[in-house]
Design a protein around this ligand. Structure first.
Ligand code: NAD
Length: 490
């Protein structure tokens, strides 16, 4: 085969050249100006506006994602994020004046946000448009050069992203590298100023280990088992619809914050199961495998993974609704399971699909111990009207984010940070938190040549020591006077 016929591989050498090119451009200061940042955010908005249908078609091709879900949860969410950045950028970029202390008197101080430099964004397949570009908004807003590596598991969206970013964005500072493990590994060998990774915890560990070699900071947006606690004093229909919306109306359960399992009381479980069944039929009809309003399972590997969870001996008999599958179309119906054993596979890994187990407890308060006995989830939800229970939930459950009486929608609130804790992630983004994730907060102290007290200079004396101690401990005027006159006890 002639060498020109060989497809050029993106290896570590290529990756190193790419990073060098971006470092050179960054060094020119091109990405730092407010005008450049605004122009790139506007370009991102424009590409999203101009290609809405193409984007929705790509998502449909990769995931059979319903048009409404693509438009609302990927395209509109991205636009809203972009518009918020455009509106707030000046304010975010403005240095923040802060107080100084008596020890540096006279002085003034401020915190100056500065771009980190050249950053890498590695994205996942389940919201392949939003999860690729939302971090890029933060990277651009903060004035960085950026490489985006979309997920190869959503290949149509990945190549569309490559094409659109090449057509609309400043390619000297914003690049897309498509590919899978080999290409990502080549990128991870390089020195970056930040790596922003969205995906599972196993690869999260690989990313963090690669970053550690260069002391590169990371944001890891991971997943986990997000629980839903259901009390009995609720509006059952509203609660049920909101649980279903969070689970199946978000990419058929393939969402990082989708309800993973429910905990309710033994007494309330039958009522809840009936309500879930009814509403599921209202949503998806009698044959959900044929519903156009449900995404498919992304690929046969994930189909096999979910089938394994369902087929485990101690679990398969616990299905109280659904369970139908069509392997040829990669479809699994919304499935509810009741009282699955805690040591089953389905209760020990993130489900990330249309299966919803329900655990039962004697008293709803016991739910919190069940949640806290596992790894910290990305999200946790409670449905209750009980004020005390809400308070206990907020105070005792540790998760990336909590929602009381709804599911998932906290991710649409730009003023809230979005990210995990413990096993569900490191760092956060959205709104100003995205800007902060890609900025260094530079501490700047301004002094003049006046007020040059000899206090801190040798020769050191007891008097100087006493006065400095009082000053360092934040002593008041009286304490300072005492120290000056040698009356203090220190
Ligand atoms: P994925 O398979 O698309 O992988 C994510 C990225 O990692 C891809 O770009 C892929 O190329 C890269 N990758 C895969 N294997 C690699 C390796 N060995 N070395 C280097 N890079 C590698 O996505 P996924 O991990 O299946 O995504 C699902 C997971 O992501 C779930 O756990 C979900 O909860 C989590 N998730 C989290 C968020 C969030 O915002 N916190 C959002 C979406 C998904």
């Amino acid at each position: 085969m002639a060498s020109e016929e060989l497809k050029k591989v993106f290896d570590a050498e290529e990756a190193s050249l790419l990073v060098k090119e971006l470092r050179d451009t960054f060094a020119t200061g091109r990405t730092r100006s407010y005008e450049w940042r605004i122009s790139q955010l506007k370009a991102l908005l424009k590409l999203t506006d101009n290609h809405e249908q193409e984007i929705a078609d790509a998502l449909n091709s990769d995931l059979c994602k319903p048009q409404l879900e693509s438009v609302v949860y990927e395209i509109a969410m991205l636009k809203s994020s972009c518009k918020a950045a455009l509106k707030e950028l000046k304010h975010w970029m403005t240095p923040e004046k802060v107080k100084t202390s008596i020890t540096t008197f006279p002085s003034s101080a401020e915190i100056v946000p500065e771009p980190l430099g050249v950053v890498l964004v590695i994205s996942a397949w389940n919201y392949p448009f939003l999860l690729s570009l939302d971090p890029v908004i933060g990277a651009i807003a903060a004035g960085n050069a950026v490489v985006l590596k979309p997920s190869e598991i959503a290949p149509v969206t990945s190549s569309l992203l490559e094409k659109l970013l090449r057509d609309y964005m400043d390619c000297s500072c914003i690049k897309v590298v498509e590919g899978a493990v080999a290409e990502t590994s080549a990128l991870l060998e390089q020195k970056w100023d930040k790596i922003f990774y969205t995906g599972n915890g196993r690869v999260g560990r690989i990313v963090m280990a690669a970053a550690a070699k260069h002391l590169t900071p990371v944001v890891l947006e991971l997943g986990g088992k997000s629980p839903v606690v259901v009390d009995s004093d609720i509006n059952l229909q509203v609660a049920t619809r909101r649980i279903l919306a969070g689970k199946w109306c978000f990419n058929n359960g393939q969402a990082c914050i989708a309800p993973d399992y429910i905990i309710t009381t033994k007494d309330y479980a039958p009522k809840l199961v009936d309500a879930l069944k009814n509403e599921l039929e209202n949503f998806y009809g009698k044959n959900p495998l044929e519903s156009k309003d449900l995404s498919r399972i992304v690929n046969s590997n994930h189909f096999a993974r979910l089938t394994k969870l369902l087929d485990e001996d101690k679990v398969s008999g616990k299905i109280v609704h659904g369970g139908e599958k069509d392997e040829s179309k990669l479809r699994i119906a919304p499935t509810i399971l009741l009282d699955v054993p805690r040591d089953s596979l389905i209760m020990n890994e993130e489900i990330f699909g249309p299966l919803l187990p329900i655990l039962t407890v004697d008293k709803v308060e016991e739910s919190f111990d069940v949640i806290n006995s596992g790894a910290k989830p990305l999200a946790a939800y409670v449905f209750t009207n009980n004020k005390k229970l809400k308070e206990r939930f907020v105070m005792s459950v540790s998760a990336g984010g909590l929602v009381v009486n709804d599911t998932n929608i906290h991710l649409a609130v730009h003023t809230l940070p979005f990210g995990g804790v413990g096993e569900s992630g490191v760092g956060a983004y959205h709104g100003k938190f995205s800007f902060d994730a890609f900025s260094h907060k530079k501490a700047v102290l301004y002094r003049s040549f006046v007020g040059d007290a000899s206090l801190r200079y040798p020769p050191y004396t007891n008097g100087k020591l006493k006065l400095l101690k009082v000053l360092m401990q934040g002593g008041g005027l009286l304490a300072i006077i005492r120290a000056l006159f040698g009356w203090s006890k220190v």
